[in-house]
Design a protein around this ligand. Structure first.
Ligand code: CO
Ligand code: CO
Ligand code: CO
Length: 314
């Protein structure tokens, strides 16, 4: 810690947002995310980048208030209308999140990048981190996996229009509803699934919570088209890097198909929430998530006492 007792979550933990107490009732949550286009349509890219930027606020159980654009744009090579569409997409998602746009900053850059800095609020004693998971908890995931593999296929012009639209809507969907249900019911820990994939983020949660986890491989929701690309050997480097990073902390049952690991480690953009919920609240949580038409509502595993910091895949 940097010595300021009001800094409740800083850079020391693997949470992606910072939390700073302003008063006994209110803490600020701040987060920033931006990246290069992952879909071709500028408006859709704007929506996806914005939805992704809100995700860390929702994972902590916070309410987003304000957003600022961060833009890197090749002014000389690209038409200004492209930028306008990106910002329009972002603005539509900011509106859906119930937040307001308050400004931003843009620089000239040969490589286009866009994202948001988002500020939200949360109660200083009731925010969620990845550190509260308890043995006996069940793990609930709220979006299917596979967008990393499919976005890579899209870059290689191998994705049909229907699947492109499907993953675009998946990534542009805010975790807002899922987070609202989670706050209402009460869970022990939460994280959002992004670049490290389900395996990487589950491992971070296990380490931070000093518990072990068991993932039920055949229960994990996976977009069927992603399975097809994986079976053709089309796995982005990121997935293998994630697996390598986790490898010493995985206990994989011999019956597990190695291809499923590529999917469990697939880097997600604007992925779902992974919630660690006490078993006696799980039915109520999943029922309410289903009522809200959250994209996937699946118990993908459980939290175990031992071995600490290990993900068992069964
Ligand atoms: Co982030
Ligand atoms: Co995150
Ligand atoms: Co400025």
């Amino acid at each position: 810690m940097q010595g300021d007792p009001s800094l409740l979550v800083g850079i020391e933990t693997s949470d992606d947002a910072g939390v700073y107490r302003l008063s006994p009732e209110i803490a600020l949550i701040q987060t920033l995310d931006f990246f290069t286009p992952i879909v071709n349509d500028p408006y859709d890219f704007g929506r996806i980048a914005a939805a992704n930027s809100f995700s860390d606020i929702y994972a902590m159980g916070g309410k987003p208030l304000t957003a600022m654009n961060i833009v890197c744009f090749p002014v000389k090579e690209m038409d200004k209308s492209v930028l306008r569409s990106i910002l329009e997409g972002g603005l539509d998602i900011i509106y859906k999140a119930g937040a307001v746009m308050v400004g931003g900053h843009s620089v000239e850059d040969p490589e286009l990048k866009y994202g948001l800095s988002v500020t939200g609020i949360v109660h200083p004693e009731h925010f969620l981190t990845n550190a509260g998971a308890k043995p006996g908890d069940l793990l609930v995931l709220t979006k299917p996996l596979g967008t990393g593999i499919l976005a890579t296929a899209l870059k290689g012009r191998m994705l049909d229009e229907k699947t492109t639209t499907m993953i675009t809507e998946l990534m542009a969907t805010l975790n807002r509803e899922a987070a609202e249900v989670m706050i209402e019911i009460g869970v022990n820990a939460c994280t959002d699934i992004t670049g490290f994939g389900l395996l990487g983020h589950a491992l971070e949660m296990a380490k931070a919570s000093k518990v072990g986890m068991c993932i039920y491989a055949d229960k994990v929701p996976i977009i069927s088209e992603a399975k097809i690309f994986v079976s053709m050997g089309m796995v982005p480097v990121g997935s293998h890097l994630n697996q390598k990073f986790c490898s010493h902390h995985l206990d994989i049952a011999p019956t597990i198909d190695p291809l499923i690991l590529d999917l469990l480690a697939d880097a997600q953009t604007s992925g779902g929430l992974l919630m660690s919920v006490p078993e006696n609240k799980c039915d109520e949580l999943t029922l309410k998530l289903l009522e809200k038409k959250v994209l996937a509502v699946v118990v993908v595993g459980e939290v175990v006492r031992k071995p600490v910091g290990v993900i068992q895949i069964r």
